[in-house]
Design a protein around this ligand. Structure first.
Ligand code: PSU
Ligand code: MN
Length: 303
């Protein structure tokens, strides 16, 4: 369909038949989780989407093409390559042109998924406004992407290392609805609660799907954040979380880590400081998001 975007057979078939498809990103796999946990997570998430009755479309960049629906071998190639580049919309074209392997962030995944007609996307947490952004200007390209790409992103809120208050405010400014699924609060990734409100709470999947459908029907043009909190049993204990986060943030501030490298640095330190407990939490919320996204995709298709 597109010289630079290649859709794998099962995904193309599902799209042609109007069946439910869920896009999955790859940055969380290559940069958010340690190897080989990331690769295993990718396989588990695809299995969760299939079990939920939808077709998974994991997106990444390989051999000068954007690939929608990576095969197991391609996933392995991406996960195993040391030089896999974290790709958002500012470097997508350059990485495709270079022929280097690239893993797509929420911004790049949402863009590519939407290009091929996918309406639902599952991730861990979206990027947002970084703490100290007044000085650094570091605001994730995910927010600008969601402002102009009509796709529903199922996530456990935004990464907790961010300034969540400003992130939620920015989503409102950009016209990106935040719909809570079973929550009144914008989730804080490793924790269910942030003290910040969502635009509206839904406890029923059908009602949630209806709101998403109306958003698309109205042609508002932006994405929708489906805020799906981490299951209780996967939450990081509060004291451990608070202490680890404070240390990691202080270290990042004292270092010269900037831009795209900030998130992987913080997540890596959280992992070490919590002795891998953060990885358990991350996997738990990712799976929950994949399951809800599959159900939402089905509901959107059937409704
Ligand atoms: N959530 C995680 N781990 C990650 C990310 C999210 O648990 O690695 C990734 C997502 O791909 C998200 C990206 O889009 O971090 C945002 O990075 P940045 O702040 O550089 O835009
Ligand atoms: Mn960032």
């Amino acid at each position: 369909m597109h010289e630079r975007i290649v859709i794998a057979e099962p995904v193309a078939e599902a799209l042609a038949a109007g069946g439910p498809v869920v896009a999955l990103e790859t940055t969380v796999i290559t940069h958010g989780l340690p190897s080989p946990a990331g690769l295993r997570a990718a396989e588990t998430l695809e299995a969760d989407v299939r079990e939920g009755g939808a077709v998974p479309a994991t997106i990444g960049v390989l051999d000068g093409r954007v690939r929608v629906g990576l095969t197991a071998a391609q996933l392995e190639q991406l996960g195993g390559a040391r030089g896999t580049v974290k790709v958002n919309l500012s470097n997508l074209a350059a990485v495709v042109a270079s022929g280097m392997p690239g893993s797509t962030t929420v911004a790049a995944t949402a863009f590519v998924a939407s290009c091929v007609g996918i309406r639902v996307f599952a991730t861990g947490g979206i990027g947002g406004v970084h703490r100290g952004s007044e000085q650094s200007g570091d605001v994730s390209g995910d927010l600008a992407a969601l402002a102009r790409i009509p796709i529903a992103v199922v996530c456990a809120g935004a990464k907790a290392v961010l300034d969540l208050g400003r992130t939620v405010q920015m989503l409102e400014t950009l016209g990106v609805p935040v719909l809570g699924f079973g929550t009144d609060e914008f989730p804080a990734f490793y924790r269910r609660s942030s003290g910040l409100p969502v635009d509206r709470r839904f406890d029923d999947l059908g009602q949630l799907a209806l709101a998403v459908r109306v958003h698309f029907q109205l042609g508002i043009g932006s994405g929708v954040v489906v805020a799906n909190p981490i299951p209780v049993e996967h939450e990081l204990p509060r004291e451990q979380y608070d202490a680890a986060l404070a240390t990691a943030l202080a270290e990042a501030a004292a270092s010269d880590v900037r831009g795209r490298d900030v998130t992987p640095f913080l997540l890596g330190r959280l992992r070490e400081l919590t002795e891998e407990r953060s990885v358990f939490s991350n996997l738990g919320l990712l799976r929950h998001n994949a399951q809800v996204a599959a159900a939402l995709a089905r509901e959107l298709q059937e409704g």
